[in-house]
Design a protein around this ligand. Structure first.
Ligand SMILES: Nc1ncnc2c1ncn2[C@@H]1O[C@H](COP(=O)(O)OP(=O)(O)O)[C@@H](O)[C@H]1O
Ligand SMILES: [Mg+2]
Length: 221
């Protein structure tokens, strides 16, 4: 479907997700702080409101545990592609595709309060639409090993973009709320988050549609 350069409400976006008998997996990729988790939850609400039960399955739950990252001397780089269990994520995506609707598929969530994933934080079961949201849904093997199988397991993938200044402000807020000092937050944003954002930006043109927030809605191209 070609979508004109138009601003859609979340309800209108939800209506554009195809109705299928089989499960439909919609990816939302984009840089950290772009608003992916927010959009995914808003879509879920609108889908449920229109009688289409939906679930959100974030990539975030596949963060490696801090003790693993510490052992690999990678804790400071947490958030980069190789600090996730990409293989586990791909295997569980495949399960979401293959499991019949009605069979429970546990999915981990990331708990920011403890900075660790929690197993089976959500269970996908009867939902025919699952929104998969995360940073690294559209990478090629040259960009980072382990992620390239993701796209083939999604029925569609959108890319949510936001200006760099907006990302920077949101990420500063996130890290200071998480207990970092402003200096530590800035170091994390400049040294790690924005570098990841640049890597992710290279995958923007692989998305089916690019969205940017405008007021309460999203401009779609
Ligand atoms: N459309 C929007 N308008 C204004 N603020 C937003 C919007 N979407 C998300 N935010 C805010 O931006 C911050 C980051 O959003 P989040 O969904 O956590 O991003 P991501 O999951 O991409 O890292 C949150 O504080 C959220 O409330
Ligand atoms: Mg998020």
């Amino acid at each position: 479907m070609t979508w004109a350069n138009e601003v859609l409400s979340v309800g209108e976006l939800a209506q554009r997700i195809p109705v299928r008998h089989e499960r439909f997996l919609l990816g939302i990729a984009g840089p950290p702080g772009a608003g992916k988790s927010t959009l995914a939850q808003r879509l879920r609400v609108e889908l449920c409101r229109s009688g289409r039960p939906a679930a959100v399955a974030p990539m975030d739950g596949y963060h490696l545990r801090n003790e693993v990252l510490r052992a690999r001397n990678a804790l400071a780089r947490k958030g980069e592609p190789d600090t996730f269990d990409a293989g586990g994520f791909v295997a569980d995506l495949r399960l979401l595709r293959e499991a019949p609707v009605g069979a429970p598929v546990p999915w981990p969530l990331f708990d920011r309060a403890i900075d660790e994933p929690t197993d089976g934080g959500v269970v996908v079961c009867d939902e025919r639409v699952v929104v998969i949201e995360g940073n690294y849904l559209l990478l090629t093997p040259t960009e980072a090993p382990g992620w390239a199988d993701v796209r083939g397991l999604l029925d569609a993938c959108w890319y949510l973009d936001a200006p760099r200044q907006v990302l920077t402000e949101r990420l500063m807020d996130r890290h200071t709320a998480g207990g970092r000092t402003p200096d530590q937050a800035q170091e994390k944003v400049l040294g790690s988050d924005l570098r990841n954002a640049d890597l992710i930006a290279a995958s923007r043109n692989r998305a089916d549609h690019v969205l940017t927030a405008v007021g309460d809605g999203y401009r779609v191209t």
